[in-house]
Ligand binder design. Structure first.
Ligand SMILES: Nc1ncnc2c1ncn2[C@@H]1O[C@H](COP(=O)(O)OP(=O)(O)OP(=O)(O)O)[C@@H](O)[C@H]1O
Ligand SMILES: [Mg+2]
Length: 234
């Protein structure tokens, strides 16, 4: 950030965001306005194809909007030069297909996320082990991802997303493949992160129970936000 004066209080601000794919044939986002406050936990729901993942990708600077503006922790996504560094410092990403590296151990998968970070090399392994403990899979540190259940892999992905202490966690269907006990464990973890570290969380889900844990539920339809509902007073 070159100009601290433009930094806003909101953690995420989307204004009239459009995303058009395939030379105008697909309007994945059709003018999204959304603000997420620092430390807030927002759930995004809506039917398949309504643009949820697209919006999350734009927040993570994995892609740019066709038009409109997005600010994430004060960074303007239209003018971001170092998107890799931005992601490493600002964003923890959890996807349903967790993309763990099969040749690395569970511990190695978390450690490698710290590559290029400020954390001293000697501390990385210890911190990775602590994060695995936070998601209750410390005992699986030496296994390969292929030797884990879906729920266990999901927890590795969450530990990895937290490796660089990001202020923002973006999660796309993080509980989609989990049994109900694992869903509860993951949701409990998200709530703890919010309370203890004031992590801002944006979570995409089809599951109303999962969405109900958030402070606010944002409903999308056809590339737009159609309703917002607070689940409890903030
Ligand atoms: N890279 C792409 N190229 C072209 N079209 C795309 C691309 N990514 C997504 N789309 C289209 O954009 C629309 C929104 O997709 P998106 O993945 O954001 O939906 P979603 O709400 O996440 O759906 P789901 O709940 O099924 O994950 C869909 O019509 C999809 O087919
Ligand atoms: Mg999706």
């Amino acid at each position: 950030m070159s100009d601290p004066g433009v930094k806003t209080r909101s953690e995420i601000e989307a204004h009239e965001v459009e995303k058009i794919y395939d030379d105008g044939m697909i309007r994945a986002l059709a003018g999204v306005d959304l603000t997420v406050a620092k430390g807030e936990f927002v759930a995004i729901t809506g039917p398949s194809g309504c643009g949820k993942s697209t919006l999350l990708h734009l927040f993570a600077a994995l892609d740019r909007p066709t038009s409109g503006t997005i600010r994430v922790d004060g960074y303007d996504m239209n003018h971001l030069r170092h998107s890799n560094r931005f992601r490493r410092q600002e964003i923890g990403l959890v996807f349903q297909l967790h993309n763990l590296l099969p040749r690395l151990s569970v511990l190695g998968n978390v450690e490698i996320a710290m590559a290029g970070s400020h954390r001293p090399y000697a501390e990385r392994s210890v911190y990775a082990q602590k994060l695995l403990g936070d998601v209750d899979i410390a005992h699986l540190a030496d296994r390969r991802p292929t030797q884990l259940s879906g729920g266990e892999r999901q927890r590795v992905a969450i530990a990895r997303a937290l490796a660089n202490d990001p202020p923002i966690l973006l999660a796309d269907e993080p509980t989609g493949s989990l049994d109900s006990a694992s869903v509860e464990a993951v949701l409990g973890l998200f709530q703890r992160l919010r309370q203890e570290r004031r992590v801002t969380i944006v979570l995409v889900t089809h599951d109303n129970v999962v969405a109900g844990v958030a402070d606010r539920i944002v409903q999308m339809l056809d590339g737009k936000v159609v309703s917002e509902q607070a689940t409890r007073s903030l």
